[in-house]
Ligand binder design. Sequence first.
Ligand code: CUA
Length: 337
Amino acid sequence: MVVAALTFLAERAGAERPPDGELPVPSMFSPVSVPADMIRELSLLVIGVAAGIFLAVAGVLVWCILRYRAKPGDDREPPQVYGSNQIELAWTIVPVLIVLVLFLATARTINDIEASEPPPGAVKVTIVGHQWWWEIRYPELGVVTANELHIPVSTDDARRPTYLTLESADVIHSFWVPQLAGKTDVIPNRSNRMWMEPRESGIFVGQCAEYCGTQHAKMLLRVIVHEPGGFERWVEAQRAPAVEDASVAAGRTVFQQTACINCHTLGGTVADGTFGPDLTHLMSRATIGAGAATNTRENLRAWLENPDHFKPGVRMPAMKLGDEQLDQLTAYLLTLK
Ligand code: CUA
């Protein structure tokens, strides 16, 4: 039943995402990262012990029901037994031992994961939870992005784990990419730590796992695990200045004269807000609105016209732009590779 419920939740989480190819189902039972492997092993032990207890209890119950059921013509009172020191000791000591084993195994896994210190070559990332998107900062690399976390794959030759510092700009969120690491809450005025060490490249999906307001369900994130060398190329592209394209000057003017600049940062313009995602390399991201829609021309224009269309209750207001301004602004944003 537990597995069925987890599968149901995983499928529902998948249903919220835009249909963009073959993203893996975010199941903690198919880990591709060191801490996620450790958590899966522990969960199998716990499920195994719980299944054993269930079978023993249900088996004895069924046996008693069948063996001692009323027989036709036998209406005698069964023997009445009061108290048994042996049985009472057994049903006290055995559960205590089982709980002790589960406690020790869990404490060991938690300690092994939490005691891990970043080796040289580790990538350091600060994640800030917002209603309802993820701010992603690489303080040592000078890169800021949103909703799509890029990290390197870790190999036996070159260990490249990623260490995350989790912070919140408003309420409690929870950062969870089931295939890469355990779930960690993101709490205002507190820095939490976690790490992931993927052994496979690819795209892995996660989402906010703590109810944080209207659009909690559309606070999705994806982790792009790069092949060796790919992460460095991505960082280089992110550090490059935004493209200056004369053909979209009208759109840049619309952007700079609208309230966009109060909430967003866009390198090379006057925009330096931090309330919303950094837009400098907007088109390097596959989705907009923290996974609410795929990042296409049509969706981008519809988003600018009315963000509520994809994400009712979203903090970004509709700017009441006319058709021509919307076209110009969309054309400008499309150049932000
Ligand atoms: Cu953020 Cu739920």
